[in-house]
Write a protein that binds this ligand. Structure first.
Ligand SMILES: [Ca+2]
Length: 163
């Protein structure tokens, strides 16, 4: 599985999407996962959407991160599992990772015969930077703009009074 946030850095209050894709070498009939992140840095902005190749199913832990693909299962690369919406809630950085709770038998990747497939995850990180960093950059750009405007004005020839 790969975790693919649409941004590397998210502003405070910025809502951004994170997609989770999987490669299946054998047909997978259903999946259930958990998504792990630091809730002090980012938080859910909306309910997750299960990829359109799956039928969303009830997840006992309430996170909605589960889908089924009856009757033949799904096989192939780059299959979208879920689309997530997060919001930056405080300054910091967090990894976004995927895991499976072993005691929760609705989580994992189910092969024909009801056995679970093994899996690996490539997590990713999202940073919520200090808002001051953006303000300083904006101020610097404004200052450069003002300097340019001033030097431009100085180059404007001053008309000599007629007469
Ligand atoms: Ca779950």
């Amino acid at each position: 599985m790969t975790v693919e946030p649409e941004v590397d850095t998210a502003g405070l209050g910025q809502i951004f999407e994170v997609l989770i894709f999987a490669d299946f070498s054998e047909p997978i009939l259903g999946f259930g996962i958990d998504v792990d992140f630091d809730p002090a840095v980012i938080d859910w902005a909306d309910d997750p959407l299960v990829g359109e190749l799956w039928d969303p199913v009830f997840a006992p832990d309430g996170d909605g991160l589960a889908g089924l693909s009856p009757p033949t299962g799904l096989v192939g690369d780059g299959i979208l599992l879920v689309s997530l919406l997060f919001e930056g809630v405080s300054v910091g950085s967090t990894s976004i990772d995927v895991s499976v709770t072993l005691e929760d038998l609705t989580e994992g990747f189910v092969l024909e015969g009801g056995v679970f497939d093994s899996f690996s995850v490539v997590p990713d990180d999202v940073i919520v930077p200090e808002p001051g960093a953006d303000l300083m950059a904006a101020f610097a750009l404004t200052a450069i703009g003002v300097l340019r405007a001033c030097s431009g004005a100085a180059r404007t020839p001053i008309r000599a009074p007629k007469g």
